[in-house]
Write a protein that binds this ligand. Structure first.
Ligand code: SF4
Length: 347
């Protein structure tokens, strides 16, 4: 990789210290520059305490700018905010900020597009662009934090893309986000959501990180899951559950299973009973999602009565379950919806 391939926010303090030595720039400038980058500055123009010649050298060597905000929508229903960013190479990603009692949670994208092809997802309908770099994941947090003018409390890697399909960069992002000299976001404040790439769950188990793991399940058996999620053709539920069991055993950390309730598809009492059998006895939690309507798909949300009935069956079977509030439904808050609308010019 040549230096110019590196996005500015991919740099950590070590990289900048080395760069200063190489460019004959005093060492203390590294901390100054890192401070600006960590606070969400992706333009050297903002670095007012850094001399112009040093800023020019930075621009010669690294990619600056290109994190242009194309859209910013605020939900009138719950204050959820959506940001569409254009990257330096024209790829478009989206980031969502949700307000909870505990603070602001930012949902970030890990890829420009997604290769996983889930039937109910807007991101699957757009051509895959590329993996995002660790710095581009970080920028979604720091730039959004700067826009909001408030500190972000937690991050969920649950936007566009499959994080484990971009494994190295996502792991590097977690380290960058954790850095006490940088964003200083604790690992327990980060949640990573996968559609179930079994070998990567196994690899992740060995990382020994305190990050929260969520697995998109959406069906209690292979037959149904294969219809909704192509990844189920590669890895059976049995393989997935074995990897999850190993993860909880090795880390003693709970896994959250995401389950979007689709009317007449996976919201039946029989599905709920199957799910009880599948998850019984594990260190697991189920998040039931009454999903937003996704344009271009055949799916409808389950009715509130069906959602409640499903939750009740899980709970009476001894499975912890919560119903996730639908956020920002008036601003197309489900992953990829706004980006898709922007790309296709349908909005
Ligand atoms: S639900 Fe997630 S993994 Fe599936 S296509 Fe959408 S972004 Fe990709």
């Amino acid at each position: 990789m040549t230096l110019k391939d590196k996005f500015c926010l991919d740099l950590n303090l070590n990289d900048l210290t080395e760069w200063c030595a190489k460019r004959d720039v005093p060492k203390y400038r590294a901390s100054q520059i890192y401070g600006w980058l960590s606070s969400g500055c992706v333009s050297t123009d903002d670095m007012t305490n850094v001399p112009k010649n040093v800023r020019a050298m930075l621009e010669e060597d690294f990619i600056f700018g290109g994190f242009e905000m194309m859209e910013h929508l605020v939900s009138k229903l719950d204050g959820t905010e959506k940001f569409v960013y254009k990257l330096y190479d024209g790829n478009i990603i989206e980031t969502v900020a949700m307000r909870y009692k505990t603070g602001i949670s930012v949902c970030i994208s890990s890829q420009a597009g997604c290769r996983m092809g889930c039937a109910f997802c807007a991101s699957a309908k757009i051509d895959f662009g590329r993996n995002l770099s660790a710095g581009e994941l970080l920028a979604q947090v720091s730039v959004t934090q700067k826009e909001l003018g408030e500190r972000v409390h937690s991050v969920v890697i649950m936007g566009i893309g499959e994080p484990f399909d971009n494994y190295e960069n996502v792991m590097r992002f977690i380290k960058l986000a954790n850095d006490p000299d940088g964003l200083n976001l604790g690992a327990r404040h980060i949640t990573l959501s996968t559609c179930g790439l079994v070998p990567k769950i196994e690899e992740f188990t060995k990382e020994g990180l305190q990050v929260n793991l969520a697995v998109s399940l959406h069906a209690p058996n292979d037959e149904l899951r294969k219809k909704l999620m192509p990844v189920a053709k590669a890895y059976s539920i049995e393989q997935l559950m074995m990897a999850c069991k190993e993860y909880t055993k090795a880390t003693n950390r709970r896994i959250t299973f995401e389950y979007s309730l689709l009317a007449g598809v996976n919201d039946t009492p029989q599905c709920a009973s199957e799910l009880v059998k599948l998850l019984k006895g594990g260190l697991y939690h189920v998040n039931l999602i009454a999903m937003n309507k996704v344009p271009g798909t055949i799916f409808q949300s389950a009715s509130p009565a069906k959602v409640k009935q499903f939750r009740d069956i899980l709970e009476s079977g001894g499975i912890n379950a919560t119903i996730r509030r639908e956020m920002g439904s008036d601003i197309m808050a489900a992953c990829g919806q706004l980006r898709r609308g922007t790309i296709e010019g349908t909005r």
